[in-house]
Design a protein. Structure first.
Length: 152
């Protein structure tokens, strides 16, 4: 377990497309464990592997509110419903927050660290976090869709 360096905008790695995970091995488990440590250390609710410079389709999410934590490997948004405006930020864009539109409800299909496929339904902040992290895997950042920035 270790805290890894979080890549910050405008680091170009953040704009790259992450690759599908095909090896469900010790290195993947180590990466996920390090991602949890890094996310908790930074006080975030989600982290994608690309944010620590690893171009693998893997994310971790822990909203606290929901009382559960999730690791999603090769996640896909398979359903979304509704829309709401929320405030958002990102550990890779420190000191910036703004309004974005996110679905009210989503279903995500993903694999766990052993390769087992599962689906999870989410609303509210959890749905928001899933969408935010999955966008990281294709080089997206929330600032691409901000409708209005919030002054601190
Ligand atoms: Ni982010």
């Amino acid at each position: 377990m270790a805290i890894r360096l979080i890549r910050k905008e405008p680091d170009e790695v953040l704009r790259k497309t992450s690759r599908e995970v095909t090896a469900f091995d010790d290195r993947l488990a180590q990466l996920l464990d390090d991602m949890y440590d890094t996310m908790y250390d930074a006080g975030g609710v989600g982290l994608a592997a690309v944010q620590v410079g690893i171009l693998k389709r893997a994310v971790v999410v822990d909203t606290r509110e929901e009382g559960e934590r999730y690791e999603l490997v090769n996640p896909k948004l398979v359903y979304k419903k509704g829309e709401r405006e929320v405030t958002e930020g990102c550990l890779s864009v420190p000191g910036v927050s703004g309004y974005v539109k996110r679905p009210e409800k989503v279903i995500v299909r993903a694999q766990d660290r052993t390769g087992e496929t599962f689906e999870v339904e989410a609303t509210g902040l959890l749905a928001q976090a899933f969408c935010h992290e999955i966008e990281h895997l294709d080089g997206g950042l929330f600032i691409d869709k901000v409708t209005e920035y919030i002054d601190d």
